[in-house]
Write a protein that binds this ligand. Structure first.
Ligand code: EPU
Length: 340
């Protein structure tokens, strides 16, 4: 029997450290207990929020419905050859612990995604990515349960409609499925290492690593993240608050004349991705604090809660940042975190 609690503080369940309350709260640790929960009147009669690690959302008010904490665990080997291993991983597993487990076993691919907060089930929703690697490359399929029917559904990789910080689970399939497990294929040998990022190369040099492997790359990525990104267990945050915007080549040419130092990465179709952190820094926000909230001093894309911060105030700050970037550069920033 799944127990449903009332008026529960969500403070321990979101990395922004916002003390919002859930009207109802339940935990599920198996597909069966989730299906059972979907039959409960509280589930049927209220709006719901399925919660993984709470590392990519901002509560701007109390949640007037049912919050379901996903705690399905397990790492199972589905298939194994001399070269590859396919693993089915419970949605509630901690992402970074899973990465460390794979690195220790010598299973390569996701080492560049070390230290990303959150759970395995939430990772494909926004197609987590860092240091030249996105999770989509390793996904074989995703198992979900359709909330309306309680039926199991398998999504192939192409059905997931992955893009930059995008998937079907943020669009057509939003709020319709519980992701119960993620199946990934990793390499056991002949690892395809990705050291394309300058920061990764520089850190490996500092570590005196001449011949990188998946363990040293994981270590390098952890060092970079620890030096740039605030630890959510110390300072509340949800990583990058906005996505890096993609702009038309014409706007890029125009802006580049006014701001010759503007960084940008041109894609195959000619559009240009601009680091949102640079735009925000140019507007003067980097390191600014407003009472107990602010903009991180090392990474301008990260908004922070120094303790006791109000989610609505953080959202207000984000909107002021968005407006100033629009006014100065005519570029629209879109939040990367889910605003609840
Ligand atoms: N920059 C600034 N000011 C800053 C920080 C960065 O001007 O305060 C400029 C620099 O030109 C720098 C560039 O922005 O070279 C890129 O910075 P960084 O390498 O830190 O990456 P990012 O584009 O800001 C993205 C992801 C991160 C991911 C890193 C590393 C998004 C929205 N964010 O950040 O992901 O860790 O690349 O690959 O794509 C997250 O999604 O929560 C996240 C942390």
């Amino acid at each position: 029997m799944v127990s449903i609690q009332e008026n529960v503080s969500l403070l321990p369940f979101n990395t922004f450290g916002i003390d919002a309350k859930a009207k109802y709260f339940a935990r599920v640790s198996s597909e069966g207990s989730f299906i059972e929960l979907t039959q409960h009147p509280v589930f049927k009669n209220n709006k719901r929020l399925l919660l993984g690690g709470g590392s990519n959302l901002l509560f701007t008010k109390d949640f007037d419905g049912l919050v379901v904490k996903i705690e399905l665990k397990g790492i199972n080997i589905v298939e194994e050859t001399d070269d590859e291993i396919t693993l089915q991983v419970g949605a509630g597993e901690n992402w970074h612990e899973f990465v460390r487990h794979c690195v220790q076993k010598g299973w390569g691919g996701i080492e560049n995604l070390s230290l990303i907060p959150g759970t395995v089930g939430a990772a494909p929703m926004q197609n987590i990515g860092a240091y030249g690697v996105e999770i989509e490359k390793f996904i074989k399929n995703i198992l979900g349960i359709e909330i309306a029917t309680g039926q199991r559904k398998s999504f192939t990789k192409s059905e997931c409609e992955f893009g930059y910080r995008e998937s079907i689970f943020k669009h057509k399939a939003k709020n319709k499925y519980l992701i119960s497990s993620v199946t990934l294929t990793l390499r056991k040998r002949n690892h395809q290492l990705n050291t394309s990022y300058g920061a990764v190369q520089d850190t490996l040099k500092e570590m005196h690593v001449d011949h990188p492997d998946i363990a040293s790359i994981s270590e390098a990525v952890m060092r970079i993240r620890r030096s740039k990104l605030p630890d959510p267990s110390v300072v509340g945050n949800a990583g990058s608050f906005f996505k890096n915007p993609t702009i038309h080549a014409d706007l890029h040419d125009f802006l580049k004349k006014q701001h010759p130092s503007m960084p940008g990465y041109t894609s195959e179709n000619g559009s240009v991705k601009i680091p949102a952190a640079w735009l925000i820094e140019q507007c003067g926000w980097k390191g600014k604090t407003f009472n107990n909230i602010g903009v991180n001093q090392h990474q301008a894309l990260v908004l922070v809660n120094y303790g006791g911060g109000d989610g609505a105030k953080i959202f207000e700050l984000a909107m002021k940042i968005k407006t100033s970037v629009k006014e100065k550069f005519n570029i629209d920033l879109q939040p990367e975190v889910n605003i609840i």
